[in-house]
Structure formats: C-alpha cells, structure tokens
Design a binder for this molecule. Structure first.
Ligand code: FMN
Length: 323
C-alpha cells in the first residue's frame, strides 16, 4: 500500500498542542508547511516542494546548484547529485512538486548524452518511464562560452528536451544578453531554455544571475504546485487538521521507514567522506606531480575524468569491476 506522507504526518500529530509548523518541520522534513494567515489556527497550508538536482564532473554545476539552494532557502530541498541517488530516480523525483535540474556540457561533438554525468545514463532508459507530466521544471546549465563558443552549454538543451517530452511544464527561460557565445543547442526561440552560467569566464556573474532567476521562477509559480503558471505564489493546498486527525497506527510504519532511511543515509555519508578523503590524497599527488591534471571520480560509471589545470582539456580512465 502506498502511504500518503501528508496524512501520515498529520495523523502523527493528533494533539493540537503538537500540531505546529515547527514540530512538523523538526520531526519530518516538510519544509513548506505554514499556517495560513487569517485562517483558523488549525488550518495548515502546504506550498509546493521544490527539489534541486544536478550532475557535475569538476564541481562547477554543484557550485551554482548551491547558490540556487541558498537563494530558495527552506523553500527547496537539495541540491542532490544525480550520480549519488541510491535507488530509483522516479521515487526521488516523486517527492517533489517541482524540479530544478542542472548539468554541465562535456564531450563536444557528440549529438546527445554530453553531460558527462549520470544524467547521460538515465535520459533514454530509466527516465523514459517517469510519470512526472505537469511538474514544473527549471533547467540550469554550465559551460565555457569562450572555448566552446559554438557549443555553449549544449547539454542543457538536451536536459530541457528530455523533461519537456515527459510532459513537464518548462519554466525559467532567460535572455541571451550578456553572453559571448556564437551558438548553443540550449536556445529555444530567442531565449536560453533555462539559466546558463559560466564559471570559467564569468564566475563573478553567477550569484546575481541565480538571484534573478530564482525570483523569476517564483513569479512563474514554482512554489504554486499547480501545473498552471501564475504571477504570484499561492498555496498548493489547505488541509484542515480536524479532518485528518486520525489514530497514528500507520505512523509506526512511517517511523520504521524513516529509521531505515536514516541508517542508509549515515552509511552513505560515511562512504562519501571516505571517497572525498581519497580524492584529496589523489588530487594532491597529481597536482604536485608532473601532469597538472586533476582527477574527478564518477562512482556510477566507475570512470575518472582527469582535467587539466586550466579546465580546458580532459581524458578518462576507467576501472573494471571486481567480479
Ligand atoms: C574536454 C572538455 C570539453 C568541453 N566541452 C564543452 C562544450 O562542448 N560546451 C561548453 O559550453 N563547455 C564545454 N566544456 C566546459 C565545461 O562544461 C565547463 O568547464 C563546466 O563548468 C564544467 O562543469 P562541471 O564542473 O560541473 O563538470 C568542456 C570542457 C572540457 C575540458
């Protein structure tokens, strides 16, 4: 049986004393719950949940994803690295009413699967089965508009098209003004199909671009939760506490799931810490050596991308799996 997290959460808090946004937020990561102004004290208003996802090879897309997350504050969760998702992407995306997705561009010259990240592995496989039609989706992309001026942030166009073909409502298109590219597969009409940043040549502009973009996404209704765009963020749903205050029988199941997830989370954090420590050792060795190349390990594809210190050249090595 599929459990409705809203009902479960509210069922758990059947006493009026316990039923406050801070209790909800402490116990469950339901960040967008607030009491409606001017309504009775037991009316809970739920805003849309926004999830931020990104792929990266050398960290620039993560930097911009962090800016976006900071700008949204409690209104969004993440950023979540696509290569780090354990289990199904469908389950992960299903947690959110709206998605913000980001990618870099690598593999110049190829027509598709050019992100150089986990997105390439799922675009035409796992993602094709997603049932996410109607979700609002904003795309952001990283590239180098000077060295790759004919292909600036091309992979963002592919990311956009995959979500659009799944029936998502694409938002957050931006002007091409202020960029020096010649061409890009991320152009739709006169606009970029999302926010494009360039941490190689215009890193000083990224934070301001993000601030403006997040404002734009909000005016385009990313917090609304409905599939219709609207000028002002209005609440998604109003749930009356009295109606949903039922005995907490099913909450035991929820608590069980949460403790399992917490254990899984702790294990993943440990692995991540170990991997980061290993990266540091490797990076140090290589950067202090002759090559001047820095390694970026992708645990999903078991490959390491070695990027030159100027960020303009790279090559890959792949480890084989132990049977
Ligand atoms: C070998 C190589 C190929 C690249 N190809 C492109 C490209 O086709 N278009 C583009 O805009 N940027 C290209 N870039 C630049 C990267 O997209 C840019 O460095 C980006 O910030 C990397 O993001 P990440 O750190 O999140 O992986 C390329 C860089 C290298 C080293």
């Amino acid at each position: 049986m599929k459990l409705n997290p809203f009902i479960l959460t509210l069922s758990a808090l059947s006493s009026v004393e316990a039923f406050s946004p801070s209790t909800l937020n402490k116990r469950y990561p339901l960040r967008n719950a607030v009491f409606a102004k001017g309504r009775s004290s037991c009316d809970l208003v739920l805003y849309a949940k926004v999830g931020i996802f990104f792929g990266t090879s050398t960290g620039n897309t993560e930097t911009v994803a962090d800016y976006i997350a900071a700008e949204f504050g409690d209104d969004a969760e993440g950023p979540i690295e696509i290569d780090g998702i354990v289990g199904s992407v469908a389950d992960e995306f299903a947690k959110y009413d709206a998605l913000i997705v980001g990618t870099p561009t690598w593999n110049t010259g190829a027509d598709s699967e050019r992100s150089g990240t986990g997105w390439d592995e799922i675009y035409y496989g796992e993602m094709q089965d997603l049932n996410i039609a109607g979700k609002k989706v904003g795309v952001f992309g990283l590239g180098d508009q000077i060295s790759y001026s004919e292909n600036y942030a091309d992979a963002s166009g592919e990311l956009h098209d995959v979500f659009e073909k799944l029936g998502c409502q694409m938002i957050g298109y931006t002007s091409q003004e202020g960029y020096e590219h010649e061409n890009s597969k991320a152009i739709r009409g006169d606009l970029f199909c999302g926010l494009l940043c360039d941490e190689i040549n215009q890193d000083d502009l990224s934070e301001e671009r993000v601030q403006n973009w997040v404002k734009q996404l909000k005016t385009e209704g990313i917090l609304d939760g409905s599939s219709e765009s609207s000028a002002s963020p209005t609440p998604t749903a109003v749930i009356d506490a009295e109606v949903v205050a039922t005995p907490p029988a099913e909450v035991i199941v929820e608590d069980d799931v949460i403790s399992k997830l917490e254990a899984e989370n702790a294990m993943l954090r440990k692995l991540l810490d170990e991997s980061k420590a290993m990266d540091k050792v490797l990076a140090n060795d290589v950067m202090n050596g002759e090559s001047g190349y820095k390694p970026y390990y992708n645990p999903k594809s078991l490959s390491t991308m070695w990027v030159s210190s100027d960020g303009k050249k790279c090559y890959y090595t792949k480890e084989s799996r132990i049977p």
